[in-house]
Design a protein. Structure first.
Ligand SMILES: Cc1ncc(COP(=O)(O)O)c(C=O)c1O
Length: 294
């Protein structure tokens, strides 16, 4: 299927409070967000016309901007309303929603104290991130490590933090893998390039403590789903030499949902009962068919 570039599509994008025809939503080349990665964003999913955990995403967007030192000139409630309008106008039921806030063009040095903060929201059709889910994806090891919280604003979904994710994902794809496992600066297991990671051993789930990477909304949802099934969830430091001791592995993220992992480099996993149950629970939850916590 031919790729349709994202700047060559029909529809409208919400930009700074109004709807602009899709192809006309431009920023100037001298935009601080482009040169210095002074931008924060959200990736959201709509199922049956409803954005899953919409409020959490809008709140995280505000929080991400605050960590980078700027205030989004729209309240969380205004962002919520704007996203609903974007979705309604698009007519999409299953969609990916991208909200992005960035520093504009008034100042073009490292300092950008006077720059206008912009916000845009777009939605497009979105199917499954990884096809044929229960087969499990193949991951390799990333060369790049998640930085320490003293080095980078890890709790912000900041554009700049994705530089090492794209580099790691490209390297993995070049070798025929779908994703890569990133360690953190200490050498502990951290996450995938755009998703959190979980392991299963003897009926219990183990997942790294999110102290230098995003504590994903899907990660928290998956933990809630596991607990609702009385499955033990242990958040702790996980070291790479433990990988061979786990029987199942899955990753979580808004785009990835809950996706089983079949392989990380030399380690293999067999998506089993627990992973399968959580994949199903998540699918039912996002489609409004599961009314338990999480
Ligand atoms: C690097 C990274 N980690 C984790 C996640 C999972 O976050 P969430 O479940 O909130 O989408 C994402 C996706 O946004 C991500 O890009």
């Amino acid at each position: 299927m031919a790729l349709i570039p994202y700047d060559d599509r029909d529809g409208h994008i919400w930009m700074d409070g109004e709807f602009v025809p899709w192809r006309e939503t431009k920023v100037h080349i001298l935009t601080h967000g482009l040169h210095y990665a002074s931008a924060v964003f959200e990736g959201e999913r709509a199922y049956s016309g409803q954005i899953f955990k919409s409020l959490e995403h809008s709140e995280r967007l505000h929080n991400s901007a605050g960590i980078l030192g700027f205030d989004i000139p729209f309240t969380v409630e205004q962002i919520e309303d704007a996203k609903k309008e974007v979705l309604a106008r698009s007519g999409l039921e299953s969609a990916y929603v991208r909200a992005i806030a960035w520093r504009g063009s008034e100042m073009m040095g490292v300092s950008a104290q006077n720059n206008t903060i912009h916000l845009a929201i777009a939605a497009w059709h979105w199917g499954d991130y990884f096809a044929d889910k229960m087969k499990g994806i193949r991951m390799t090891h990333a060369q790049w490590k998640r930085p320490s919280p003293e080095t980078a604003p890890c709790e912000s979904k900041a554009a700049g933090l994705y530089m090492i994710c794209t580099m790691s994902k490209h390297a993995a794809e070049k070798e025929g893998y779908q994703d890569a496992l990133m360690l953190d600066w200490r050498g502990q297991v951290a996450e995938a390039t755009g998703a959190n990671i979980f392991f299963i051993r003897d009926g219990a789930i183990h997942t790294p403590t999110p102290d230098c990477f995003l504590n994903g909304i899907t990660r928290r949802t998956a933990i809630g789903l596991a607990k609702a099934r009385q499955i033990e969830v242990v958040e702790r430091a996980i070291f790479p030499d433990e990988l061979s001791t786990f029987s199942e592995c899955f990753i979580t993220g808004t785009a990835a949902e809950i996706t089983p992992v079949a392989e990380i480099g030399e380690h293999t996993f067999k998506p089993g009962q627990i992973t399968g149950a959580l994949v199903e629970d998540y699918e039912r939850l996002v489609n409004g068919k599961l009314l338990t916590p999480a």
